[in-house]
Structures are given as C-alpha cells and as structure tokens.
Design a protein around this ligand. Structure first.
Ligand code: PEP
Length: 247
C-alpha cells in the first residue's frame, strides 16, 4: 500500500474535453515510471478521461468530492458509486476549497470517507491550517482535530491517503518550509498511528504550490510519500517533471 510515491494532480474546476490531450500526454510520458500517479479531473471529464486512457491505464482517476449517500434527492451532488461507475478509483475529500468554500465540517468529510470506502474508492483526505491558525500557534491543534474527526473507523484496514495542505500554501506560490512539513508530518503520523495502530501507514502527501522546480526537494523529505499538485498538474509537461522528480 505504501511502496510507491503517489503523485496526484487536482485539476479543480479546470478542463474541457479538449484537455484530454493533456491526460493522454501525462500517461504517455509516465509509462515507464514506478510512481503511482492519480489525476482528479472535474466530474464532467471523468468518464471521457477514463475512456481516453483505456481500462489498463497506469493512471488512477479520482473524483474531487462525493456525497455521503448512495443516491437520492441531492441536486448537484455525485455519489461514490457514481464516481466508480464513471471510472474513478479514488476520491479527494476535505480539500480546503470544500472545507472553507463550502463550509464542510470534519464530520461530513468522515461520512463521505465512509461512503467512499464502502463503494470501493480510495479516499485522499486533506488536512491543513489557515495562516491565521498558524500565526496563533494552533497548527497542531487544528491538524489533530481534523484528523480525529475526518477519518472514520471504517478506514481501518482500507487503502487511504492523507495530504497535508496548509491552506496558505495552496495556489499562492508560497510552499511550506522543510521544517514546517517535517513537523506537520510527525504530528500526522503520530495521530494516525495512535488511532489506527503502528503497522498502518497510509501514504502521506504534501500539497501546496508544488511546482517542477521545488518538487524534488519536497519529495526527498523523510516520510513524504508524494505530492498533491493543483495548478502544476494542468499541463502535462509540468506534471511530468514533478512525476520524474520523485525519488
Ligand atoms: C491543491 O489543489 O490541492 C493544491 C495543492 O494546489 P496548488 O498546487 O495549485 O497549490
């Protein structure tokens, strides 16, 4: 479960059918890579991307969110089973743009994670503090609470991933320092092992302004199992440089 580095691209609300060429280029340019690669396109592209890459592609696809119910009267939402049906194997949950932009509480993220594993998806759950929380010395408290309340017991024994994404580093060009990442990862590892046991080691990713020119430094840090990449995953050339930076 943790043998390879995971490099994941979050396309956010970007991409049209014409962007499938970028996905094809990512697949072609990484065919010899041992790194685990995931792309989270918008819902509208999921099925088409899955068809474009083919059933045996080494690129894992994921949804950027899911509803916690299997189906029903939830206008505008998408269930975990629907993501799977469209070709997804993973789902991004608790991204700061959902936690802050859509006021998603940790408890809702946990319900979604439960629905995701029940449907057979691997959740990639994001946690991270805002700049104000960091300045107030609340980083550890915020991360601990997010991990405690967003990770349901249903994850025990299942494949899942956690990405540390300081909110102030997302899309700002302001990457966290090595020390900040090492400190946050030590806390995340401790909270997860207290909760799920020492033998259970999900991929821990860093996300926040990872670019081709800084990826190698982040990915060589002890315990960093990969990166969640936003802006720099949209162009195949940039994303491939990041993939090829992985140790
Ligand atoms: C993200 O969307 O999770 C992210 C880290 O974005 P960016 O790489 O653009 O900072």
């Amino acid at each position: 479960m943790t043998s390879h580095t995971l490099i994941a691209g979050n396309w956010k609300m970007n991409g049209l059918l014409s962007s499938l060429d970028e996905a094809r280029a990512i697949a072609e340019g990484s065919s010899d890579s041992v790194v685990k690669i995931a792309v989270f396109p918008p819902f509208t592209l999921l099925h088409a991307m899955s068809e474009a890459l083919g059933p045996d592609s080494h690129i894992l696809l994921g949804g950027q969110d899911c509803h916690h119910e299997d189906n029903g009267a939830y206008t505008g939402d998408v269930s975990a089973a629907q993501l799977l049906d469209a070709g997804a194997r993973m789902v991004l949950l608790g991204h700061s743009e959902r936690r802050h932009g859509h006021k998603e509480a940790c408890e809702l993220v946990a319900l979604k994670a439960r629905a995701a594993v029940k449907a057979g998806l691997e959740p990639l759950i994001c946690v991270g503090e805002t700049l104000e929380q960091r300045k107030e010395g609340l980083t550890h408290a915020v991360l601990s609470k997010q991990l405690r309340d967003s990770l349901p017991d249903d994850l025990i024994g299942k494949a899942f991933h956690v990405s540390y994404e300081p909110v102030w580093a997302i899309g700002t060009g302001m990457i966290a320092t090595d020390d900040q990442i090492i400190d946050a990862f030590a806390l995340i590892r401790r909270v997860i092992s207290e909760r799920f046991g020492d033998e259970f080691k999900p991929h821990l990713l860093y996300g926040g302004s990872v670019k081709p020119d800084n990826a190698a430094e982040v990915l060589r840090l002890e315990g960093v199992g990969g990166a969640l990449v936003g802006g720099a995953s949209l162009k195949a050339a940039d994303f491939l440089k990041i993939i090829h930076s992985a140790p």
